[in-house]
Design a protein around this ligand. Structure first.
Ligand code: NZQ
Ligand code: ZN
Length: 396
């Protein structure tokens, strides 16, 4: 167990129809103007927007809309939202959506309180935010766990970097699993795979010995795998959505990371893949995970062998540690194929409805490799050449 300090998390309201209970309890009379921030419009089609507007009207509160937050939100979009928040004198931001909306709003909440360029402050001057407009996260698609941490993944289009910024942590969170029933199945599965990825990125970090966080993590991973299968079988089962929604929060609320140095090398690589191609986050992770792990097999053999047995139920009896470890990675690859996520960059490309770059273009892959952050928690520090090799192995 590494040394750690543990800080509390945002207050969570969980359950079907919980929105009014949360807003009654958490929005004080002093709030005059609320910003309702959302993405491309799913909240209007599903009726979530109307239920929020009706609620605010019942309390005579004004609202402004901030729409069009895109998947893989940009720093320019953050600036647009912050300007609106200042101009409209917003005193509460409701981020209604998935990781993209919540991340964008975490940084808007902070940017609206300072004239400084936050990108420069955080990545160059290393000065971190201290003040923010109160923020609530109303999750409508689960997976990233963004609602329960203060990381915000933002793409800076001018530098082509997709980086985790420190934004505001939500002051309260609304998790209604029934909201996620309308999410297209491909997105729901890729979100749930993102959750599994967060668990794995934590589990395969350091130290090598198993601790209580790892044992809890194994349980969450088994739950995610079981419930992805159940969701595909019965997309309307809200109990399954509830499990996946809380799994997503559990993977990112810090509990599983206690006493760990996390890995997150796959994430650093996928974020650059996203910065250059605008691909879907969960799908990008699905493509690269097995290949990255095959490269690391000899550096973390015992942990991969345990993963095989405890998470995928591989029969390891009589097998060498290396054989068991290898079968665990095979099981992960087979699971990705089974649930319909892409297994190669070519398949990822075929799934992309739009995109800013071709994920099978070797020249682009070189730029992605060269700009990928190398993490300290990875079992072995890779270099840009190895990352490039991994990407080329993922093409077909
Ligand atoms: O934009 P709308 O119209 O709302 O449609 C969205 C979007 O197209 C749709 N959607 C959301 N709720 C829906 C719905 N469609 C129907 N019914 C609903 N109830 O889902 C699509 C994807 O939304 P998005 O927010 O982009 O997905 P996700 O939650 O996977 O977020 C991805 C972003 O989060 C970042 C990723 O890098 C990516 O930018 N991450 C944030 C993390 C964090 N803050 O801790 C950690 C993650 O590792 C990740 O990097
Ligand atoms: Zn992720």
């Amino acid at each position: 167990m590494e040394t750690f300090q543990y800080m509390g998390m945002p207050k969570v309201y969980f359950g079907q129809g919980i929105l009014k209970t949360a807003l009654d309890a958490e929005i004080p009379e002093t709030v005059h103007t609320v910003m309702i921030a959302y993405g491309g419009g799913s909240i209007k089609r599903t009726g979530i927007f109307d239920s929020i507007v009706d609620y605010l009207s019942s309390r005579n509160m004004k609202y402004v809309e901030f729409s069009g937050i895109m998947p893989n939100p940009t720093y320019a979009k953050v600036q647009e939202g912050a300007k609106l928040a200042v101009d409209a004198q917003v005193d509460l931001i409701l981020a209604v959506g998935g990781g993209s909306v919540i991340d964008c709003c975490k940084v808007i909440a902070v940017q609206a309180k300072t004239d400084k360029d936050l990108w420069q402050s955080e990545f160059v001057d290393h000065i971190y935010p201290t003040d923010h407009i109160p923020l609530a996260a109303v999750t409508t698609v689960s997976g990233t766990g963004s609602e329960m941490n203060n990381g915000a993944v933002i793409t800076n289009e001018s530098t082509l970097q997709k980086n985790g910024m420190l934004g505001a942590m939500a002051d309260f969170v609304v998790l209604d699993p029934s909201y996620t029933l309308t999410v297209p199945m491909m997105q729901a599965v890729s979100g749930a795979f993102d959750t599994l990825s967060h668990c794995m990125e934590t589990y395969f970090g350091k130290p090598a010995e198993i601790n209580v966080s790892d044992e809890m993590n194994e349980s969450v991973m088994r739950n995610v795998i079981r419930n992805i299968r159940a969701m595909i079988k019965d997309p309307k089962d809200v109990k399954v959505r509830s499990e996946l929604m809380w799994d997503a929060s559990m993977a990112e609320n810090g509990i599983l990371k206690i006493g760990k140095i996390t890995d997150f090398q796959n994430h650093m690589l996928e974020h650059q893949l996203g910065a250059y191609t605008d691909c879907n986050h969960g799908q990008g992770l699905a493509v690269i995970h097995p290949t990255v792990y095959r490269h690391l097999l000899k550096d973390n053999t015992a942990r991969f062998a345990r993963f095989a047995k405890e998470v995928f139920g591989v029969d390891t009896e009589g097998k060498s540690e290396e054989q068991a470890a290898s079968e665990g990675i095979d099981a992960l690859q087979a699971f990705i194929r089974e649930i319909g996520l892409p297994c190669t960059l070519t398949e990822l490309k075929n799934n992309m409805r739009h995109g800013t770059g071709d994920p099978t273009d070797p020249e682009l892959l070189r730029k992605i490799a060269d700009s990928t952050i190398i993490t300290k928690g990875c079992a072995r520090q890779m270099d840009a050449d190895e990352i490039y090799t991994i990407l080329t192995e993922c093409i077909a």
